[in-house]
Design a protein. Structure first.
Length: 250
């Protein structure tokens, strides 16, 4: 039996309740693999915070953290500039799979419109710019939390986000994570087009190239306790929002 965090319909019921409480409308994104997908947009044309979770269905703490964060902040949601994609791969969540029903990794398809869900996200985002974007993930090999920051200028935001999450879980101590140099859980690197032309564009690279000033991918270790993984994600979302609200021009 699958854990409740894999119950996509329950997740959407919760999002509907949050939207109602916030006086917002959950908008239809796409229909894929027999599931209806939704998003929440409070910012319209305002530069704000881009949040997405559930692109990999075996990383369930991410969509759970996003809904808990929204539930916790329902009263304030409409006053903050947010574009939220609560769960980009419902079939994967339902089936505890990284991939969609056709074996595709959505997070390698953001270079174009070949996948209906990715195409829908690209349509919603259009020409918008976000001071900060956050893609929420998990990793079953991880030995702690870690964060990818696509390098832009001399930002120290990565350290700030990790410090907030460290209250729940320790950083991954490995000097190399996924073949990339890491320092106390922070992987900050320049964008290398050659690499991604080969493997396909992750959401974060598409955001970095076209839509966001500071681009983060946060990962929790999926072997750790669920409530701690959720708390770590929520702390990072809080910190991203604080950054957006405090710095109109970062
Ligand atoms: Zn992932």
């Amino acid at each position: 039996m699958l854990h409740r965090v894999h119950d996509y319909r329950h997740l959407i019921t919760r999002w509907r309740a949050v939207a109602r409480k916030a006086g917002l409308k959950l908008r239809h994104l796409a229909r894929d693999d027999g599931f209806e997908l939704f998003y929440l947009d409070t910012g319209d044309a305002t530069p704000g915070l881009y949040l997405s979770a559930g692109i990999h269905g075996d990383e369930a703490a991410a969509p759970e953290a996003l809904i808990q964060w929204a539930e916790h902040n329902a009263k304030n949601l409409s006053s903050w500039p947010l574009l939220i994609f609560p769960c980009l791969n419902p079939w994967g969540i339902r089936n505890n799979s990284r991939f969609d029903s056709k074996g595709r990794d959505l997070n390698r398809l953001f270079q174009g419109d070949s996948h209906p869900v990715v195409a829908a996200v690209r349509r919603v985002v259009k020409n918008r710019r976000f001071p900060v974007s956050l893609s929420m993930h998990e990793d079953y090999d991880a030995q702690g939390i870690y964060l990818y920051e696509v390098q832009r200028g001399k930002s120290r935001l990565g350290e700030t986000l990790l410090a907030a999450a460290r209250k729940s879980l320790p950083p991954d101590p490995r000097p190399s994570i996924d073949g990339r140099k890491a320092d106390k859980g922070l992987i900050r690197r320049r964008f290398s087009p050659r690499v991604f032309e080969k493997i396909g564009y992750p959401e974060a690279i598409w955001l970095h190239l076209h839509h966001s000033e500071y681009t983060f991918t946060f990962e929790t270790p999926s072997e750790a306790a669920l409530d701690l993984r959720v708390k770590a994600h929520m702390a990072v979302v809080d910190e991203c929002l604080r950054t957006v609200l405090n710095s109109p021009r970062i």
